[in-house]
Design a protein around this ligand. Sequence first.
Ligand code: PBG
Length: 331
Amino acid sequence: MTPISAPFPMSRPRRLRQSQWIRDLVSERQLSASDLIWPIFICAGEGERQPVASMPGVERLSVDLAVEAAKEAVDLGIACIALFPYTDASDKTPGAEEAWNPDNLVNRATRAIKAAVPGLGVMLDVALDPYNSDGHDGIVRDGVIINDETLMALENQALGHAEAGADILGPSDMMDGRIGVIRRALETHDFPDTMILSYAAKYASAYYGPFRDAVGASGALKGDKKTYQMDPANSDEAIREVAIDLSEGADMVMVKPGMPYLDICARVKSEFGVPTYAYQVSGEYAMLAGAIEQGWLDGDKVVLEAMMSFKRAGCDGVLTYFAPRIAQMIF
Ligand code: PBG
């Protein structure tokens, strides 16, 4: 597109900004609650709420309270929720077997939520880190994350989540070949409609710190995730990762983190034209929520502006801990 404009004063861009109605009329995009996926942390117990220290305003919820949150999400017009477990250290093993326990926290929560509010989308992560005593997304042996053995564990986990009723599986582990393995398992076990939103371009990021507190993985994690998550220096590699995941059967793709990687969101959307999501991760939330709490930033305005950056970059939707706040604002 070649922009054509008359020289000043025939052309005055401010003419189209002079009042709210004309700004609305020429506005290029709009936010909607149906663009949001709300990540919720699940803990054991009943009537239990546990604040996450590094994420002001975010609480872990027991299954019964997560059902209430799900009802709130529906009332607010939020499309989908994503559930993450805070697993007790005693349930973590080197084989991460709790990941495919049919009665683990997220499987129980999914059943309860699907029974109460069937119209709300439920997404579950496929990765071993909340269940692994090493804190890694894959199986670790002698300090090495073993790709192909991890795939078998991920297959078990994915089938358990599909069985529990998850609508969307979000493989966030970054093992090679996982999308194909999960997709084939879903087809073989009669879950043809289960969707895969692949964490396709997931970077080895320091912005995940507060999340690891929230799911209780920070203490457990030995080393870093650089042998499977991507180098923040790379952009072409993100395109290759997305291409692989799509060719293996992903329905939708995600870029993660969000705001520091908007260039990747824009490239992925323009090169593939598939449903593309950004995850505004825990560290991005913590930066904004911390400054808002101090009164340094105007919360409502800054959160909406951040959302608009994702829409402008071409994202079809955003996973964000601000989802209920945003939905309330734009309702
Ligand atoms: C686990 C997973 C992580 C996040 C989502 N799924 C953490 C990680 O990879 O270490 C991060 C989400 C956030 O920071 O909000 N595989």
